[in-house]
Design a protein around this ligand. Structure first.
Ligand SMILES: C[S@@+](CC[C@H](N)C(=O)[O-])C[C@H]1O[C@@H](n2cnc3c(N)ncnc32)[C@H](O)[C@@H]1O
Length: 237
């Protein structure tokens, strides 16, 4: 399928019509899920739709309810009864019973959270996941073409052991990319070390964390093959 980027309606970047490699792992796992799976920042359903098609019950969350309305409208009648919408901002507006979810998917959404929100959010996910439940994260690293000027700052912060080294207070001061108005002023770029620390501290076991260039990343964002970070973790009780 030809990759097509679709702008979000609330200026939180773009979504895609093609599953990225990490989301593909989520969909494969969702096919075997005994309990519902949660898609955080689902947008128009790039991962929710295939997870529904794989037979999962999907809790689709997004901070923009109009995204979820479009997602629901595009859901085939045969899958609607397994789709549940949860509009609201993660982590503040979401809550589920302990051990009630088989999987949580967060693709290209954790950038919009502060360090404090990430700590709260991952600890909540840990509580919501059933034993052997999985967490799937895809996020952008600082190694993307528009953020090149930030790389030395980020690497210096890494050396100095600064918590949340990828936090950019003002993207407009770092980049002059022509589509910058489609992302928020502050952005949290992540990496495998920061994510692994965060997820491990919350009590989940990291199975795999790696950097790569996801297949739907536009050429204008590509830099060196480390543009994205994927992480898969398991809940072991
Ligand atoms: C860049 S899109 C990614 C969509 C999709 N997951 C993907 O991989 O293509 C980010 C989506 O997350 C939503 N979003 C942003 N911040 C959020 C938050 N704190 N909680 C829930 N959704 C959020 C946006 O409305 C948008 O639909």
């Amino acid at each position: 399928m030809r990759h097509r980027r679709e702008p979000t309606r609330n200026r939180t970047g773009w979504t895609s019509n093609v599953l990225n490699e990490l989301s593909e792992l989520f969909v494969d796992f969702a096919a075997t899920a005994q309990r519902p799976v949660l898609d955080i920042g689902a947008a128009y359903g790039v991962a929710t739709h295939p997870a529904l098609a794989a037979g999962a019950t999907v809790y689709a969350n997004d901070s923009d309810p109009t995204h979820l309305a479009a997602l629901e409208a595009a859901t085939t009648a045969a899958h609607r009864s397994r789709l549940h919408l949860f509009p609201g901002r993660f982590p503040q507006d979401l809550d589920f019973p302990a051990a009630s979810l088989s999987a949580v998917h967060a693709s290209n959404v954790l950038h919009f959270l502060t360090g404090e929100e990430l700590t709260l959010g991952i600890s909540n996910i840990r509580r919501w996941l059933a034993p052997a439940g999985r967490l799937f994260i895809q996020a952008g690293t600082p190694y993307q073409q528009p953020f090149q000027a930030f790389i030395p700052i980020y690497e210096e912060r890494l050396r100095a052991g600064v918590p949340w080294p990828g936090w950019i207070e003002d993207t407009r001061a770092i980049s002059s990319h022509k589509r910058l108005s489609q992302i928020p002023r502050s952005l949290h770029l992540l990496d495998e070390r920061t994510l692994t620390n965060l997820v491990t501290t919350s009590g989940l076991t990291v199975e795999r964390a790696w950097t790569y260039c996801r297949r739907d990343l536009p050429r204008s964002m590509q830099l060196n093959g480390r543009e994205g970070v994927g992480l898969v973790a398991t809940s072991i009780y």
